[in-house]
Design a protein around this ligand. Structure first.
Ligand code: ADP
Ligand code: MG
Length: 703
């Protein structure tokens, strides 16, 4: 049997997908469920009972003993509580395997310790999980055996969102409604649904598990908090797209097989810029499924790495001095009959629609730049965004030469009469060029780039959920579409009105377009001149969630209530403070229990050497010099350690909230850096044998 055939066979074998449903469910139930999936109606209990029964039978055949409602609370990770299928023992002492419709569609995990930002306290303590039947259930095989996983949303008793999925589903509804409105205006009467399509490219690092275990910072914080740069970093660019080493290749193979089985279309894999850094990209899918799949990707990478004696680091910046990891969130809008709204058209008519969609997106991103930036704010991402690494913290849009030229013509003259590619098309009102798929070079420094038929949002952190960014993208574009439709639906001369609107949006929002080098200092100045926000850190980004514009938009499209947004703000500050507190305490722990004792031992041996050498009547100045240098750095380390302890204690004693988070950011983080500096210098001096943990070189070059 050929390898290709096997892949086709295993793909989706553990998924309760359409094929399985069609085979197993009674025709009427299947039809009802399909309708619900397509039209977003509620499932009645009788139908749910039938589906649950078939799902259970199927899962048991796959070896499942348990089921779980798999959900995405605001911890950033996924959560699950497992229940076995067994019923209460019967009089004969045996049990049955049972699973009811009620258990399928609704769960009540004891979820009181998930972050709710005060939502549950205000309303009702319980949290509920509800089946998202648009994301298929699957059976996961791991050390726990086989478990039927049911993707669910997680809400409070009154329906407030306590998770990432609920707002995402709401935002998908908003963009669907507004996109359909827009399509109807352009004469499309056939499309019934428009869905955001999302493909997330995932970057990660792999390190040897034994070495990982020797680093408390990796264990507790997921990143190194100390570490001198090895003689070689990524400067040679010899890792990027390089041949994949055998150990890594074996890992990737197993990851792919596991992902394929659960229906994740893992497609591309390659080495990334930094040594030990890699990337995996699946084929894009519907936004909510893509979010679920990205969680599965992250979990699978971690699980399989362990099986190969490695650890997968998903942190945005595991190592200072080499490239960090992110996630490119590719986003487009697809109709149920397969048309992509971001695909430049072949006819003048389609081109006008495309240009309207494009300029609506310019408007949306310009208006809500701070909110979009916030959607990628994450503790670890502070090390990337704005830190001279891909991408900058300033939101701008890369359109490519051809499209930028078209926009320029529209702005300058009111019409675009030619394209750089030379095509020319009459539209009746103005002249618009033929927009061939732009094959010009990619701009890797842009945070939001148009790449032919999709936008690529490159700010998301590698460890973060892509949900938040897609909620924002869907909603801000829905708002822009709605505002355009409000105008166009009333227009007497539609063609003229569209033309004017495209020109208006292009003119008013051209400042957001930037095709140059996003890393250059000149861009920071230029962006400031243009009035674009440059938000350098997570704590400074969070307020964008509750500005007047944000709240009214989210409320209008029923994605978030004000209370939900406020709860998220609270949770974000809390999460930030907790994360930095852990990092600071880990540094304190490592410095006091490992590094300082090791250096003291080393100075003692140096001092002994100095004496012995002197006794032998030989010049001991090198040894003495080393001893002095080491002792001075040791003193600097100790005083920085004391300062960090004091400032961390002060931070921890503050009330939770914005002020505390800002104190962690502006006071504790710099104190951590002050401690790191002498320690990294010491690492370069102290005998390698005496250093208490594996070095950067050991970690990233010896996987
Ligand atoms: P790149 O453009 O970054 O070189 P690809 O073209 O392979 O790489 O796409 C990267 C990611 O974008 C993949 O996950 C891919 O499935 C996804 N993607 C491709 N087309 C679309 C689209 N129309 N909408 C959303 N995602 C897409
Ligand atoms: Mg990409």
């Amino acid at each position: 049997m050929s390898e290709a055939l096997k892949v086709a066979e295993i793909f989706g074998e553990d998924v309760f997908n359409d094929t399985v449903m069609q085979e197993r469910l009674p025709k009427k139930v299947y039809k009802d469920l399909k309708k619900i999936i397509e039209e977003g109606k509620e499932l009645d209990l009788a139908t749910a009972d039938v589906i649950a029964h078939e799902m259970k039978e199927w899962a048991i055949e796959k070896g499942a003993t348990h089921y779980t409602h798999w959900f995405q609370p605001l911890t950033g990770a996924t959560a699950e509580k497992h229940d076995s299928f067994i019923s209460a023992p019967l009089p004969n002492g045996k049990v049955l395997m049972s699973f009811s419709g009620k258990e399928l569609i609704k769960g009540e995990p004891d979820a009181s310790s998930f972050p709710s930002g005060g939502l549950r306290a205000t309303f009702e303590a319980r949290g509920y999980t509800a089946w998202d039947c648009t994301s298929p259930a699957f059976v996961r095989h791991d050390a726990a055996g086989a478990t039927l996983c049911i993707p669910t949303a997680f809400c409070s008793y009154k329906g407030e969102a306590l998770d990432q999925k609920t707002p995402l589903l709401r935002s998908m509804q908003a963009i669907n409604e507004q996109s359909l409105r827009l399509l109807r205006l352009f004469g499309n009467t056939t499309a019934k649904k428009v869905t955001p399509s999302v493909g997330a490219e995932q970057e990660y690092f792999l390190v040897d598990a034994e070495k990982f275990e020797q680093r408390k910072d990796l264990i507790y914080a997921g990143r190194t908090l100390f570490g001198a740069m090895p003689p070689k970093g990524q400067e040679m660019d010899d890792h990027y797209f390089g041949t994949i080493r055998q150990r890594i290749a074996g890992f990737m193979k197993d990851v792919n097989i596991e992902l394929w089985k659960v229906g994740v279309a893992s497609k591309t894999q390659h080495n990334e810029v930094a040594p030990a850094q890699h990337e995996l990209a699946p084929i894009y899918g519907e936004a909510n499924v893509a979010v679920d799949h990205n969680h599965l990707v992250m979990q699978t990478l971690k699980r399989i790495a362990c099986q190969h004696g490695m650890k997968c680091l998903l942190h945005e910046k595991p190592f200072a001095g080499v490239n960090g990891s992110g996630k490119h969130n590719n986003w487009s809008l697809t109709t149920d009959d397969g048309k992509n709204l971001l695909e430049p058209g072949k006819t003048p008519h389609e081109n006008v629609q495309f240009l309207l969609v494009l300029t609506c997106i310019l408007k949306a991103v310009d208006k809500h730049a701070a909110l979009l930036r916030e959607s990628a704010a994450d503790v670890g991402n502070d090390h990337r965004l704005g830190a001279n690494e891909a991408p900058p913290a300033i939101i701008s849009i890369f359109l490519g030469d051809q499209l930028e030229d078209v926009i320029r013509q529209l702005v300058d003259t009111g019409e675009a009469t030619h394209s750089l590619k030379g095509g020319r098309l009459e539209t009746g009102v103005s002249t618009l060029p033929d927009l061939a798929k732009d094959a010009t070079d990619r701009n890797r420094t842009s945070p939001f780039a148009f790449t032919g038929n999709k936008f690529e949002f490159r700010m998301v952190g590698s460890r973060d959920s892509i949900s938040g960014s897609n909620v924002v993208l869907n909603t801000i574009v829905a708002e822009a579409f709605a505002e355009a439709c409000d105008v166009l639906e009333k227009a007497d001369d539609f063609d003229m009105a569209v033309h004017d609107l495209i020109k208006k949006y292009a003119t008013e929002h051209q400042r957001i377009i930037f095709n140059g080098n996003g890393y250059a200092d000149a861009w920071v100045e230029e962006a400031e001149r243009r009035g674009l926000p440059n938000i350098k850190s997570m704590v400074e980004a969070v307020p964008a969630l509750v500005t007047e514009d944000t709240v009214s938009m989210f409320e209008k499209f029923k994605v978030f209530t004000k209370a939900e947004l406020e709860s998220r703000v609270e949770i974000k500050y809390e999460n930030y403070s907790k994360a930095i507190n852990i990092e600071a305490r880990t540094m304190i722990d490592m410095a006091s229990k490992q590094i300082i004792p090791a250096v003291i031992k080393y100075t003692k041996s140096l001092a002994d050497t100095v004496l012995a050498v002197k006794e032998a009547g030989v010049d001991a100045s090198v040894q003495a010099g080393l001893l002095k240098e080491t002792s001075d750095l040791l003193a600097a380390t100790k005083s920085a350690l004391d300062a960090l302890s004091a400032v961390t204690d002060k931070a921890a004693a503050m009330d939770e909230g914005e002020e505390q988070a800002r104190f962690y950011h502006f006071d504790v983080v710099p104190a951590m850096e002050t401690l790191r500096t002498p320690v990294d210098k010491l690492e370069m001096i102290v005998d390698k044998e005496a250093w208490p943990m594996p070095s950067y070189g050991d970690l990233i070059f010896e996987v």
